[in-house]
Write a protein of this length. Structure first.
Length: 185
């Protein structure tokens, strides 16, 4: 049941920009607020059963995203709904930067799942990859923020519902291929 719930919440979160696009165009905006609450509450519930420090800090980030979006919605509901992608990017930025300041880094934690005896070169590499992801989250968040305030709903939807996923996937796959290439040498 938990896996099913994860798939549903993940699907809604992934499709969030598309849902918001059609919602703003064709429905009363107050119903979209419900979609946002479902996504945030679902994410919170999914991680609330975890005892790890990483998931504990994610809880606070989800609450912070909710507060930011609620404040924005009180001034302009459509813009508030469009702030979710930017807020999530900045939340991940804070999480990744925090892991650099208080090691091990997020990427090192992930790497140690596959390779528990990671050497110092591996740790240094994972720190660099974490910095790359921090840069990505910063830039992606800034573009998402720009599109929320200054671009049309169509441009916001295209960037946040398509292009940002392509960029994120490209970074992930690019790093994966680079790592495999370096490990072969």
């Amino acid at each position: 049941m938990k896996l099913f719930f994860k798939i549903i919440i993940g699907g809604i979160a992934f499709a969030y920009p598309i849902i918001i696009f059609f919602g703003i165009k064709y429905f009363d905006i107050k119903y979209l607020f419900f979609v946002l609450l479902v996504v945030l509450a679902g994410r919170y519930i999914l991680i609330s059963g975890e005892n790890k420090k990483f998931f504990s800090s994610q809880k606070w980030l989800i609450i912070a995203v909710l507060v930011i979006v609620l404040l924005a919605m009180s001034f302009d509901a459509a813009t508030g709904l469009k702030l979710y992608p930017a807020a999530m990017n900045f939340s991940f930025l804070l999480l990744f930067v925090g892991s650099l300041l208080y090691p091990p880094s997020i990427i090192e934690k992930v790497a140690r799942i596959q390779q528990p005896d990671l050497d110092e070169d591996g740790v240094a590499y994972t720190r660099k990859v974490t910095i790359v992801w921090c840069t990505f989250f910063l830039l992606n968040g800034l573009v998402a923020l720009w599109t929320a305030f200054y671009e049309s709903l169509e441009v916001w939807t295209f960037y946040n519902g398509f292009l940002s996923y392509i960029l994120m996937g490209s970074l992930f796959l690019g790093e994966l291929f680079y790592r495999k290439w370096v490990l072969r040498k």
